[in-house]
Design a protein around this ligand. Structure first.
Ligand code: FMN
Length: 377
């Protein structure tokens, strides 16, 4: 079969869970959950439409504490009352044949003030985020030791809820500048206690979260359960995370018997964002570092089956598709069925969001951000 490499099954190294093929749905926030964090029917329809071909669906990120919220309409996993809706979400994904993985995080200093109900954002250190327009967000409160323990435990509680809801696994979101990355980054972590300072101390929080999630799985899971960890391999600012820092972190995580490390890059085929002369692919470097100890998922601007096959040809075992599954929910089925000619290349405003089964907030977000996702009238 053409593009055969995409459709080979893959067994995750720690849980032994088998994915039916090499393509997973990348986590994408859809901003369509209810205000209290409950899953909405619109979201279920959106996932149902996209769960038929991929080996696994990684959900939109869910916040593990109330003060860890990052977006309006975010799905919550911070309270037992969320379990019911999360169960419907896992069931919906399973009914279409994919494994269901819940992505979890704390937004840290990126929690918007209007969602914090009067509270202040928290982070490793009291360093404000500067947004794309050069404007500073509010200065976060530096977390106390008690805050740190509370948030670590919340990742364990989120894991328990994901297990109860019937998910096959969780992905710890250590990427995209949220709290876990804020501890790892020398820019946002200026602490001088056990949680910051040297590289070794900057990885203490990420590793403590991994340990707590593993503990929760051991205590609550009656069957194998996937644990993944997402990283942004570099930060472009100074002082920022370097690829060497990340290789050190993934090496340590690979010794923790988890299933996969998922890179967060905007273009799989692009070299370092810190050093234009370094054309080595960060995802491939991570894969070389961890070997077979842990699987690697690569992502970023993969649109065609040829690009997907080329990414897998590097030896990286799994790839994720994000925007392409917004544009073409049935990408995998069409490639597998030899119907490549039918793959949509852009979101059509005229065809409307119902054709693509997209919740209104997500539709508005992607159709109003030129250059992010291809859109035609
Ligand atoms: C609408 C949208 C929402 C996203 N939300 C998340 C998210 O919740 N968690 C996350 O780790 N990445 C998120 N991402 C990043 C994607 O997972 C992915 O890494 C990125 O889009 C690059 O892959 P692509 O070129 O296949 O889209 C989001 C991307 C998009 C387009």
């Amino acid at each position: 079969m053409k593009h055969d490499s995409l459709f080979q099954s893959f067994t995750l190294p720690a849980s032994g869970i088998q994915l039916k093929n090499r393509v997973v749905m990348a986590p994408m926030t859809n901003s369509a959950s209810h205000e209290n964090g409950d899953v909405s029917d619109d979201e279920l329809a959106y996932y149902r439409e996209r769960s038929g071909g991929v080996g696994a669906v990684i959900t939109a990120v869910a916040n593990v504490t109330e003060d860890g919220i990052g977006f309006d309409g975010e799905v919550g996993v911070y309270d037992d009352r969320h379990i019911e809706g999360l169960t419907r979400l896992a069931d919906t994904i399973h009914a279409e044949g994919a494994k269901a993985i819940l992505q979890v995080f704390h937004a840290g200093r990126l929690a918007p003030l209007h969602l914090l109900k009067g509270g202040s954002p928290i982070s490793a250190s009291a360093i404000a985020h500067t947004d794309m327009e050069g404007k500073d967000l509010p200065v976060p409160r530096e977390m106390t030791t008690e805050d740190i323990q509370r948030v670590i435990q919340a990742f364990g509680e989120a894991t328990r809820r994901a297990i109860k809801a019937g998910f096959d696994g969780i992905e710890i979101h250590g990427a995209n500048r949220y709290l876990i990355q804020q501890f790892f980054s020398p820019y946002t972590n200026r602490r001088e206690d056990q949680w910051g300072g040297s590289l070794e101390k900057r990885i203490a929080f990420p590793l403590a979260v991994v340990a707590e999630v593993k503990r929760a799985v051991k205590e609550h899971a009656q069957r194998p359960f996937i644990i993944g960890y997402r990283i942004s391999p570099e930060e472009h600012y100074e002082p920022g995370i370097t690829i060497e820092d990340s290789l050190y972190l993934v090496d340590r995580i690979a010794d923790e018997s988890i299933d996969y490390i998922h890179l967060s890059t905007m273009n799989f085929f692009e070299g370092s964002i810190r050093d234009q002369n370094d054309t080595r692919l960060p995802t491939v470097r991570v894969h070389e570092k961890v070997g077979d100890r842990v699987a690697v998922i690569g992502v970023g601007s993969i649109h065609t089956p040829e690009e997907a096959a080329r990414a897998l040809d590097t030896g990286v075992p799994l790839i994720a598709l994000g925007r392409q599954l917004l544009v073409e929910p049935h990408w995998v089925e069409k490639v597998q069925g030899g119907r490549e000619g039918e793959i949509r290349q852009a979101i059509s405003r005229q065809a409307g969001r119902e054709t693509l089964v997209m919740p209104a907030p997500l539709w508005n977000m992607v159709t109003n951000a030129p250059g992010w996702v291809p859109v035609e009238d």
